[in-house]
Ligand binder design. Sequence first.
Ligand code: HEM
Ligand SMILES: *[C@@H]1O[C@H](CO)[C@@H](O)[C@H](O)[C@H]1NC(C)=O
Ligand SMILES: CC(=O)N[C@H]1CO[C@H](CO)[C@@H](O)[C@@H]1O
Length: 321
Amino acid sequence: MAALIIQNVFAVMWVINMMMYGVANGLSMNYYMMTCPFAEFIVKNTVNRALQSDPTLAAALVRMHFHDCFVQGCDGSILIDSTKDNTAEKDSPANLSLRGYEIIDAAKDALEKQCPGVVSCSDILAMAARDAVFFAGGPVYDIPKGRKDGRRSKIEDTINLPPPTLNSSELIRMFGQRGFTPQEMVALSGAHTLGTARCSSFKNRLTNFDSTHDMDPSMDTQFAKTLSKTCIAGDSAEQPFDTTRNTFDNDYFNALQRKAGVLFSDQTLFASVQTRGIVNAYAMNQAMFFFNFQQAMVKMGAMDVKEGSNGEVRNTCRVIN
Ligand code: HEM
Ligand SMILES: *[C@@H]1O[C@H](CO)[C@@H](O)[C@H](O)[C@H]1NC(C)=O
Ligand SMILES: CC(=O)N[C@H]1CO[C@H](CO)[C@@H](O)[C@@H]1O
């Protein structure tokens, strides 16, 4: 009887899991409960320590998880170093400014001491991104674990990442192909509440924008001057996405309403009637943004995950076993 009840409880929990996260895979919230009970704690400690000394790395961890998941699924492929026979994802121009790999290495080192060969690099990255959001003042949420690490990391696969020149319909289409609704796409773009973009990512908006405009007309003219000023320092000069670059809040959406979005792909979310309503809702209601963001992040974290013999638990996050 007791066994039957417990079995039913698990069945119900599984159904709830499925409904909430839409993940029909073997990931689970308590995946490491028996094999590495302090896994979450160890990752969080490592991330907190790193971010206390450099809060700008919160943005880096969140972006790294996104780039991992959108290329070959969330399988830690972004962490692989190039070898003499293989140019890895991380050496693509799209990754030029990814940082924070040493945080993942530090967490992996600590985990290998506690429970060798158990916790995958892709799970470490997913947990680290989640912890970074919370460290920066964003929502706290639980994520399912059990991802295996992939054995492939190729520069040419990074074509799956969206370039910052896409307009709202193109973003809706690209994210739609990966199973995301327009609302989830806008919520995920809200990750740009953290961090910066380099001039090379937005300078096309400042001169020779298109055949009829020298400057991107969706941009506030005063803000255009700010961007131009930033670019005086060169292609790698950084422009914060919003006024609070290390704080996870809804200020990014307020910036879009002021036509002060840094990337074309940011401002298009407000410029287009297809997504403007969502931007306005998040600008007005931070709690709604937080809630939709965490749900979309859990969904993103389940993209094409590898399980069983489709993957491995890497010994070192930078090299395939
Ligand atoms: C919607 C399509 C997206 C486009 C076109 C896009 C594009 C970009 C670009 C061009 C940069 C600046 C890179 C540089 O110049 O150094 C950037 C930065 C960033 N992106 Fe996105 N991104 C998108 C979605 C996302 C998503 C879904 C996330 C995470 C959930 C994300 C997280 C970040 C973060 C946190 C940064 C700042 C990184 C730092 O300061 O180190 N982005 N993104
Ligand atoms: C977005 O870009 C595509 C391709 O360049 C174009 O066909 C479409 O009209 C654009 N959509 C909007 C809303 O500007
Ligand atoms: C081409 C290029 O510069 N790739 C960089 C991608 O990111 C890693 C980690 O910061 C750098 O080591 C690569 O040089």
